[in-house]
Design a protein around this ligand. Structure first.
Ligand code: TUI
Length: 314
């Protein structure tokens, strides 16, 4: 059995979070993961507080276990969904794509545990001071909005910079990844891409098909010119967007090209004009399974790897 301080901190059986994926991580997927012993997370994405309120209610109707809400700080609705999560006293808020400091006092006052995603040592130190309960160090192997550093170099440096429990994210899709993250100092992992193909995940079937078919070099990063790089599966949308980045069009026109693309992928399954965010681990994700099976399989494998970790010691 694998038990870490994160299990005790949050009252979960397995030290694994399901990543908050916009248009994908809803109350149903989060409840399935929490019922299986991990921490399910609802994505507040770019929607308003009413959407999130409905998803929290749905999740609570499906599980008595703790779950979290992920707030994308670049969302125009970040302030109203932050306020809602404090009012609803959700167990955990994770944040991404920015600095959560201005919302932290309200969350802490409400007893919400705040676990920010960080992509640098500086941000890890800042949120430690601001009262975070743990941090998620996410490397650029992950899908969606990515930082500069890889998981391999980010995780140990974040572990050295904070006394908080550290979760590793980005490029973790099986038990070997969990074991490796633990060797770097992490006491938990966050996994997105593999849960995308969970049976309980309601994303469009074309999205699942694309992840299942992907290989090691199927993803690419766009959006660097706009200051928010995004990793996704290569398709006509992603290639056209990259071309447009190197053309003389204005930043406003470029932003407009991307608008709605994630919805077209996740909800409509549009293979040409949709933006299929996924991590580099997609090449290893080859089977649709119930969320509980994914978690049990990953931790069984991690346990075997860790038991053998000393095999080269002479
Ligand atoms: O946030 C994510 N992944 C995401 S957000 C998203 S929605 C989106 N849509 C269009 C364009 C951009 C995003 C899709 N995927 N992951 C967590 C994450 N956070 N990765 C990196 C960071 C991060 C980056 C900078 C966290 C903090 C940070 O601080 C910068 C600063 O100094 O303010």
């Amino acid at each position: 059995m694998i038990k870490t301080p994160l299990c005790e901190l949050l009252g979960i059986e397995y030290p694994i979070f399901q990543g908050g994926m916009a248009w994908i991580s809803d109350g149903k997927l989060a409840a399935a993961v929490s019922n299986a012993g991990g921490l399910g997370i609802i994505s507040a994405m770019n929607a308003n507080a009413q959407y999130l309120e409905e998803q929290i209610a749905l999740c609570r109707s499906l599980t008595d276990k703790p779950f979290g809400v992920n707030i994308m700080l670049m969302s125009p609705f970040a302030a109203e969904v932050a306020e809602l999560t404090a009012r609803e006293k959700v167990a955990v808020v994770t944040t991404g794509a920015g600095n959560p400091s201005k919302y932290m006092p309200a969350w802490l006052e409400a007893g919400v545990k705040v676990i920010p995603v960080v992509a640098s040592v500086g941000m890890a130190k800042l949120v430690t001071k601001a009262g975070a309960s743990a941090v998620i160090a996410e490397g650029g192997e992950s899908g969606g909005h990515v930082g500069e550093l890889t998981t391999m170099v980010l995780v140990p440096q974040v572990c050295d910079a904070t006394d908080l429990p550290v979760l590793a994210a980005g490029g973790i899709g099986d038990g070997r990844g969990i074991a490796a993250a633990f060797q770097l100092g992490a006491v938990g992992v966050q996994v997105g891409t593999r849960f995308l193909v969970a049976q309980e995940c309601g994303v469009h079937p074309n999205y699942k098909k694309k992840v299942l078919k992907a290989n090691d070099i199927s993803t690419m990063v766009t959006g660097k010119r706009l200051g928010h790089p995004v990793r996704q599966i290569k398709n006509p949308f992603a290639k056209d967007f990259l071309k447009a980045e190197y053309s003389p069009i204005s930043d406003e026109e470029l932003e407009a090209l991307g608008r709605g693309a994630l919805y077209r992928a996740a909800v409509e399954g549009d293979e040409k004009t949709g933006d299929f965010l996924a991590g580099q681990i997609a090449g290893m994700v080859n089977k649709e399974q119930p969320a509980g099976e994914i978690i049990r399989e990953m931790f069984q494998e991690a346990e075997e790897v860790l038991k053998n970790a000393g095999k080269w010691l002479a």
